[in-house]
Design a protein around this ligand. Structure first.
Ligand code: NAP
Ligand code: 8YV
Length: 327
């Protein structure tokens, strides 16, 4: 490895839009290469010959990995990496890293904000005030729903799920959860199936990863098990919810309300959800504060620096744990 004026002679490809702080650090430490999007058709011969790392928000497909024969590492920005083909990366001997922990508390805060907004209609109440309706028409209506008396189920009791659970405990509400495996030493009630969890609670918070194993797991059957007083909050991935079934359940009253930060085809949101008065919708802002995005950017770039200076990643994803650095 050669260093010229503190810069590593390693080309890092950054597809599309990316965090400014991360771009600044990559430009300082490496040879920054920009491309409009992570599309193999846009990869030039020079990129093919020189690119050894990718830093990205967006998806990296198997074809994109194959288009870069000298690729060693994909530093994905975010803890969820369902849009990166990590199994293919592992087969090709390419390391994949993500940004766990540094966003956990921020995303848990957002989940709680979204839950309260969904149940107590804070956005609609503020709009009532701003539109002059308080003066013109009187008090905002009483919210039909309340957190009082609710029982909460967490789908995905991982790092963020546990941070959400700690906050819910402070509200005095009982907590249960569903994962594929029971978490040893965790006192909350465990359900081996998602349907079983939905039957046991009236408030379901999803913070499970996306991908094949959770695809449309929250379907009509699970929503009907949640019941007519049911509230769904999804801050995990949009792909985990059958959105057509959810819109139907919100319209028919099969569940009472939903709060969604994530959607299956972002930034597109189905009209049926936009039209639902009992849905509270956010544009994927779970981790979106300057503070937390900077910490994520630093961890993303620190992974690249550690890989190219010390030949080790800081936060590898499980699929590529055994990938070794070429010496
Ligand atoms: P984590 O610590 O890996 O937790 C994931 C949890 O989900 C684990 O407890 C896991 O347990 C469970 N799980 C995984 N696959 C499952 C399946 N098929 N069925 C049931 N449970 C399953 O991850 P984290 O740091 O908490 O992050 C979780 C997810 O949140 C990310 O992957 C990302 O998609 C999402 N996220 C969203 C935002 C946002 O802005 N909205 C921000 C950050 C993260 P088992 O392995 O035992 O099943
Ligand atoms: C980010 C996220 O919005 O970390 C995740 O999994 O969903 C969010 O924190 C996203 O990764 C930025 O592209």
């Amino acid at each position: 490895m050669t260093r010229a004026e503190g810069k590593l002679s390693v080309a890092i490809l950054v597809p599309g839009d990316f965090n400014d702080h991360a771009v600044g650090r990559i430009d300082k430490a490496f040879k920054l290469v920009r491309i409009e999007r992570a599309d193999p058709a846009l990869v030039t011969d020079e990129m093919r010959a020189t690119v050894r790392g990718i830093a990205s928000y967006a998806g990296i497909s198997a074809a994109m990995i194959d288009a870069l024969p000298n690729l060693e590492i994909i530093a994905s920005f975010g803890v969820g990496y369902d849009s990166v083909d990590a199994n293919h990366a592992a087969k090709r001997g390419v390391m994949v890293t993500n940004t766990p922990d540094v966003l956990t508390e921020e995303v848990a805060d957002t989940a709680i904000g979204l839950l309260i907004n969904t149940v107590r209609e804070l956005y609609a109440a503020e709009k009532w005030l701003r539109d002059g309706d308080w003066v013109e028409k009187g008090n905002y209506r009483l919210s039909r729903l309340t957190l009082r008396g609710r029982s909460v189920g967490i789908f995905g009791m991982g790092r963020i799920g546990r941070a959400v659970a700690r906050r819910i405990e402070a509200f005095g509400l009982p907590i249960a959860y569903h994962n594929r495996r029971k978490v040893e030493g965790l006192a909350y009630e465990y359900h081996a199936t998602l349907k079983g969890l939905a039957e046991a609670v009236d408030t379901l918070i999803c913070i499970a990863p996306g991908g094949a194993s959770t695809e449309k797991a929250i379907n009509a059957e699970v929503l009907s098990a949640l019941g007519s007083n049911g509230v769904l909050v999804n801050i995990g991935r949009g792909s985990t919810v059958d959105e057509a079934a959810l819109a139907g359940a919100l319209k028919s009253g099969a569940i009472a309300a939903a709060g969604l930060d994530v959607f299956a085809d972002e930034p597109k949101v189905p009209q049926s959800l936009l039209d639902a008065p009992n849905a509270s919708l956010l544009p994927h802002v779970g981790s979106a504060s300057v503070h937390t995005r900077r910490a994520m950017a630093d961890l993303c770039v620190d992974n690249l620096v550690a890989w190219f200076t010390e030949r080790r990643p800081l936060t590898p994803v499980p699929e590529t744990l055994n990938v070794k650095a070429h010496s």
